[in-house]
Design a protein around this ligand. Structure first.
Ligand SMILES: Nc1ncnc2c1ncn2[C@@H]1O[C@H](COP(=O)(O)OP(=O)(O)OP(=O)(O)O)[C@@H](O)[C@H]1O
Length: 327
């Protein structure tokens, strides 16, 4: 049975329109007019317990709005949503014990206090015993390699350490469902890798369900087999990342270093010759013809080195959003 059930969920934001100048201000004060933004439009999906799903879309596509509806921060305008059997916007206490929302651009830890003090507050809110508190902090701090950082004021932590401490605070009550909105935002590559590995380990250890937005494709490729693509408020893809890449990147790049006797015309018979400089050539080959083409290249030519690369995932997803739909 699915742990997240979303059925034709929509959110429409009213935005007051104000004309410029004093007249506009007075009119705005007495008689407001509104326009409406259809931020999320009738999206439907199911997520099973333990799944890690990437939620992708360009800026303003409706990702944060969806996460806010799933965590009960805002009411949907229409549609149904059930998370762990609860209706999120009713915010029942049992529901709040099962979920967490981490937003990369927001922080819950108190700036001037050591993270440990904020953790104690969270422990009190969630009713953890002292023993549970110590055990969980020790366990998570070890997983996050953060143990010696919890006693210094949060403002003195590096961005990566602060994000890990935020993660610790958000997971202290051991939620089963994690909503993560850009959890690696602004982190350097090492810190991104550390947060990713931690999430993998948390998911493995507790069988937690994760719905994750990120503009860093490395987060998505490392963590998510399945992705949801949202574009202008509409869900345009729900399926495996591999299938999406196959569909939108039907080509591979084959780079070869060879004996310079070969001329460009000969090489063009193996695929689309993208570049040929010195003794290094780059060929674009359709995925389905890849094995056969590589075999022919190796048999026919004196090849010193050969590499096959996929186009970057960013580029492929960008292409999907440019098209605005999945064919
Ligand atoms: N409180 C609000 N009032 C009015 N419009 C809003 C509000 N919050 C978001 N919007 C609008 O709703 C649309 C979706 O915004 P949302 O923040 O959900 O997008 P997003 O996919 O999370 O974008 P980003 O990747 O930039 O964070 C945008 O057009 C945004 O301007």
């Amino acid at each position: 049975m699915s742990i997240i059930h979303v059925d034709h969920l929509s959110k429409r934001y009213p935005v007051a329109i104000k004309q410029p100048g004093l007249k506009g201000t007075l009119r705005h004060f007495f008689r407001r007019t509104y326009r409406y933004i259809e931020a999320v439009q009738a999206i439907s999906f199911e997520i099973q317990p333990g799944e890690v799903v990437g939620f992708l879309g360009p800026n303003g596509a409706g990702k944060t709005t969806t996460l806010k509806m799933l965590t009960g921060l805002i009411h949907p305008s229409a549609g149904q949503v059930q998370v762990a059997g609860y209706t999120p916007f009713q915010r029942p206490v049992d529901f709040l014990h099962q979920i967490t929302l981490v937003m990369g651009q927001k922080q819950q830890l108190l700036w001037d206090l050591p993270a440990m003090d904020s953790l104690r507050i969270n422990a009190a809110i969630y009713g953890l015993s002292d023993k549970e508190f110590r055990y969980r902090v020790a366990e998570l701090a070890e997983m996050l390699a953060l143990a010696d950082k919890l006693s210094q004021p949060v403002r003195k932590l590096s961005l990566g350490e602060r994000m890990k401490a935020e993660m610790l605070a958000a997971l202290l009550h051991r939620p089963q469902i994690l909503f993560l909105d850009e959890p690696t935002l602004g982190l350097d590559v090492n810190a991104q890798v550390a947060v990713r590995s931690f999430l993998q380990e948390y998911n493995r250890r507790y069988g937690a369900t994760v719905l994750l937005t990120s503009h860093y494709m490395a987060d998505i490729t490392a963590l998510c087999e399945r992705v949801l693509l949202i574009y202008q408020g509409q869900l345009i893809y729900d399926g495996s990342l591999d299938k999406l890449l196959e569909q939108f990147a039907p080509y591979r790049e084959v780079k070869i270093e060879l004996d310079c006797q070969v001329n460009a015309e000969d090489l063009a018979s193996y695929g689309e010759l993208e570049t040929f400089e010195g003794c290094v050539a780059s060929l674009i080959v359709r995925r389905e013809a890849l094995t056969q083409t590589v075999a022919r290249l190796l048999a026919d030519l004196d090849i010193k080195d050969l590499t096959v690369t996929d186009p970057p995932v960013e580029e492929v997803i960008g292409r999907v959003f440019q098209a605005g739909a999945i064919a």
